[in-house]
Design a protein around this ligand. Sequence first.
Ligand SMILES: Cc1cc2nc3c(=O)[nH]c(=O)nc-3n(C[C@H](O)[C@H](O)[C@H](O)COP(=O)(O)O)c2cc1C
Length: 376
Amino acid sequence: MENKTEVGQEKDQISLLMPYQMGRFQLSHRIVLAPLTRQRSYNYVAQPHAVLYYSQRATKGGFLLSEACGVSDTAQGYPDTPGIWTKEQVEAWKPIVDAVHAKGAVFFCQIWHGGRVSNTEFQPNGQAPISCTDKGLAPQVRAAGVDVVRFTSPRRLRTNEIPQVVNDFKLAARNAIEAGFDGVEIHGAHGYLIDQFFKDQVNDRIDQYGGSLENRCRFALEITEAITTEIGAYRVGMRLSPFANYMECGDSNPKALGLYMAEALNKYELLYCHMVEPRMRTLVEKSDCQHSLVPIRKAFKGTFIVAGGYDREDGNKAVAENRADLVAYGRHFLANPDLPKRFEINAPLNKYNRETFYLSDPVVGYTDYPFLEEIS
Ligand SMILES: Cc1cc2nc3c(=O)[nH]c(=O)nc-3n(C[C@H](O)[C@H](O)[C@H](O)COP(=O)(O)O)c2cc1C
């Protein structure tokens, strides 16, 4: 009996550690580094200390996503998040990408625009942030619970300004490739600009970018089209969180939104779709939930990545039951640079410390989480 259980457990372990062919990328396991903003990129420029941080988490054939990188000078909304719109920012990413590649990992750049999740302090000439709406956001406590963020009511983009923002995403994707990244992930989740267009709680436009589901998805799909034309769909993925209502950005029919986007992305032959689990009400808050991503997983033809509240056991289960191809880990990977190794041998995990998530220190809470060997 005991033996049987052991064999069963071994089989479970294997699913998360099985190789996977993601389009042209040969991955040696299914454990993805989720995009994690760390606010240590002073003046919006990635810093040399990120070389160690990312290479600590890189494995041969592993898949890493960068923290969200701003696509333009109107994209930012937090202190010291990296950008990817200037030459200096692109150059700064190069040694970081090289170090990850030296370890044999695949590295995509998450490209992002915060939209109304910003305030005048982060905007050029102290102007209002841009969005699909002019509805503002109430002040919020950040995920780490350590600081309150205040937002300025946004300025609603005019219809004829939208192509410029689409173009910013396209240029950012081109810049990411120039920096050496293997591809880009379009950040369409968590209440930021693209999600603001998606969700009917926020989008109150009366032009072709608002109203119907088709109209609310138009902005994301124009970005997808521009980027896939520019760099090729084989190295483009998109992250979505239809079920989340983070940043006052919820939708009355998230399942329809998720399905519509999965099917629309099929038309562009996007490499992957990265979905945040319905159980994630906010960025990091897990709750009981009846909804499932399975219908969306079935509808999408490319690689399906899931994220949100996963541990070793249910990540294994998701892959074993074919509910996902890959599983992205956020907080556990943040605190365990050797997470794939630990999952392999079922070692205990370091606990993450929320208070240092967004600390600007180049070491503390960043590159000082111990590896297994250091503990023993
Ligand atoms: C410190 C921190 C920073 C994050 N930054 C980003 C980000 O830049 N882009 C993004 O899409 N999600 C971001 N997230 C969400 C994570 O990618 C992930 O979806 C979330 O942590 C839930 O997964 P987990 O339970 O494995 O941590 C962040 C989460 C944390 C804790």
